[in-house]
Each structure stands twice: as structure tokens, then as C-alpha cells.
Write a protein that binds this ligand. Structure first.
Ligand code: PLP
Length: 346
């Protein structure tokens, strides 16, 4: 596959903006920096941040065994996904394929970028419908979004389905692995170099517990990463975020302990949800949330809200009639949730 052919013409021709910090990067202690119109008085953040976020990438590279030049960071995965749209999708001409019910941002970004979204519903067991996807594509189909584990359904897609799509889709395949750290399935990262059209996104917002700092991660071929680097705002990841991310990435044991607790809590929640009379179905989950089907989602949502518990009503999503999405909380939060779910049955 020729990635070059997928890139928008204006992006191909683009000469990236070169920031002061791009032109002179080496921070030697005895240098005097009078190039970026910064305030010289030191307060920890008076200098512009590293536009390439090298320290964060070095830690990610060690952790994930992916070279630094195959990593791009953004202000949340949402920025990374937007960059992918802007680099590859010509407005009013190209299209992207999404598989609802899924993460709502793909639709929002398609609309913002004025790019047609072609939706192909998942099968009733929430797997990609390969035949229908292949039918929906044409020569302007640039991106296929696979969210696995999928939000809001919670399941991971079968390896076979993903592999077929990676091999047969004529554009880029973005696998959104926001929930991969909770999954029993392996990340597709190990196979990144087998598929030139593969882009994997991850985030520090979920398992890493850093939703507030906004750090999204994109792994792809060096060719795709260099295209995205051309259009990313120079200082898109701020200094505080970079520092906090590095510290968190260096405390893997703590991160893993939290994941283990949440997985244990998920197991307990699944058992206890079974005892709630009006829960008609509990969907299998590979993420830190559980989708359940109830008798009346709006009614149950409002009853929980009255008890001070906020969950997500997914009833308007295709295949999700009367479903609620419950995030796994702390041991105590989950206990309160189960008690409330039982109380409102009466
Ligand atoms: C939560 C979530 C994200 C995270 O987005 P950030 O912008 O990195 O916080 C990405 N994809 C999916 C499917 C999600 O549910």
C-alpha cells in the first residue's frame, strides 16, 4: 500500500512551521535562550515545552518496544484522531467507515472536518460485519475506525476479523485501544510493522489514571508518523503534562496494581449485577466498564441520579436499546452502586 497516495494534496505540499524550539533543541545548562520571546525568570514552566516530547516518548518506547520515531503524542487521543482526519481526508470528497455502536468522537470529528461518515453496524454480537464493510467502501474510503475493546459495548473484536480488515481495507485502519490495559487480548502493537496501513491509538486517560492531563498516543509506521508530525501544532503537549506522564510511566507497578484492583472489582460487579431483577442482560466486557440491558433505561438512569450516582444511558445507540454503561469504580463506590440498583427495584 502506498501511504503517500492517501495523503491530501495540500498536506503533501506543506512545509511545516518551524518553531524556535525546533530550530534549536539542545538544552545545555550554560546556554542563553533569547530566541522564543519567553520570560526569562524561572518558575518551572517559563520555557516552551519540548515540541517532540522526547522524554515521554523514550519511556513509552521502552515500555512498548516501539521506536521513538513510530510514536506521536497529542492533547488526548481526540487530538491525535483529528490530526489523522486532517492529514488524510479531503473534505466533501473522502469518507471514513465507523462501526456503531461505538465511540462518538469519530462522528464528531468527521462532521467537524466535513468528511462523510459511512456507518456499518456491528453484528448482534458486536463484531465487525466484514461483508457489509467491504460493500460500503470505495476509492475515497480513507480510514476505518476499529475501537477494540469497543466503547460502549465493552468487547474486543476477534483477531480474525481485525486481521481480515487490515489486509483488505484499502485505506488506513485505526485501532483505538483506549481500554487495552483492561483487556485479556493482546495489543496489536506487536504486529504494527506487519501492516503499513495500521495506526494504533492509546491514551493515559483510562488505565493510567491521567484523564486530566490529556495525553493521547499514536503508534504507526515512521512514514505515517512523519506526515502527522508535519501538521501537529508545535507545542500541543504542555510541559506539566509531559512531566506528569513521565513520572507515571516510571511507576508501572502502581499502575498495574490499580488495574488489578479494577479487574477484581469488575469480576465482583458482574456477579452482583446478576442478582438485580430488572437487569435483563450483562454484556461480556474487556474494559473498565460494563454494559447492561435493563427494563427501562431512562427510568433506571433517573432513579440512580436521584441517589447521586451518575452512569451513562446508551439507549439511543444502535443495538443498545435500554442499555446503561457502568464504569467500574472503587470498592466502596461499587458497593453503593449495587445497593442503589437493588433498592430501586423495590
Ligand atoms: C475514553 C476514550 C478515549 C480517550 O480519549 P482521550 O482524548 O485520550 O482522553 C479514546 N477512545 C475511546 C474509545 C475512549 O472511550
Amino acid at each position: 500500500m502506498k501511504i503517500e497516495k492517501l495523503v491530501r494534496d495540500n498536506i503533501k505540499k506543506l512545509k511545516p512551521y518551524s518553531s524556535a524550539r525546533d530550530e534549536y533543541k539542545e538544552f545545555k545548562k550554560d546556554m542563553i535562550f533569547l530566541d522564543a520571546n519567553e520570560n526569562p525568570f524561572i518558575n518551572g514552566v517559563n520555557r516552551y515545552p519540548d515540541p517532540q516530547q522526547t522524554n515521554v516518548k523514550i519511556e513509552l518506547s521502552k515500555l512498548k518496544s516501539v521506536p521513538v520515531d513510530q510514536i506521536l503524542l497529542g492533547n488526548g487521543s481526540d487530538e491525535v484522531l483529528d490530526l489523522i482526519f486532517r492529514a488524510f481526508c479531503e473534505p466533501k470528497q473522502d469518507n471514513v467507515i465507523t462501526l456503531p455502536p461505538t465511540y462518538g468522537m469519530y462522528n464528531v470529528l468527521a462532521n467537524i472536518n466535513n468528511v462523510e461518515e459511512r456507518t456499518v453496524q456491528l453484528t448482534p454480537c458486536f463484531e465487525p460485519n466484514i461483508a457489509q464493510i467491504l460493500k460500503a467502501i470505495d476509492e475515497n474510503s480513507k480510514i476505518l475506525f476499529l475501537c477494540s475493546p469497543n466503547n460502549p459495548t465493552g468487547n474486543s473484536f476477534s483477531n480474525e476479523a481485525v486481521e481480515v480488515l487490515l489486509s483488505s481495507f484499502p485505506g488506513l485502519v485505526v485501532i483505538d485501544e483506549a481500554y487495552i490495559d483492561f483487556s485479556s487480548k493482546k495489543s496489536w502493537l506487536k504486529r504494527l510493522n506487519e501492516f503499513p496501513n495500521l495506526i494504533i491509538t492509546q491514551t493515559l486517560s483510562k488505565a493510567y489514571g491521567l484523564a486530566g492531563i490529556r495525553l493521547g498516543i499514536c503508534y504507526a509506521s515512521t512514514e505515517i508518523i512523519s506526515i502527522l508530525n508535519k501538521i501537529k501544532p508545535p507545542y500541543n503537549v504542555n510541559e506539566l503534562t509531559q512531566q506528569k506522564a513521565v513520572r507515571r510511566l516510571l511507576t508501572q507497578q502502581k499502575v498495574q496494581e490499580e488495574i488489578d484492583i479494577l479487574l477484581e472489582e469488575r469480576k465482583k460487579l458482574l456477579l452482583r449485577l446478576n442478582t438485580v431483577s430488572y437487569i435483563e442482560k450483562i454484556y461480556p466486557t474487556d474494559a473498565n466498564f460494563i454494559l447492561v440491558k435493563v427494563d427501562d433505561a431512562v427510568k433506571r438512569y433517573n432513579q440512580l441520579l436521584e441517589k447521586g450516582i451518575v452512569i451513562r444511558n446508551r439507549t439511543t445507540q444502535p443495538l443498545c436499546e435500554n442499555t446503561l454503561r457502568l464504569t467500574v469504580g472503587t470498592k466502596n463506590e461499587n458497593k453503593v452502586l449495587i445497593k442503589a440498583l437493588r433498592d430501586i427495584a423495590k
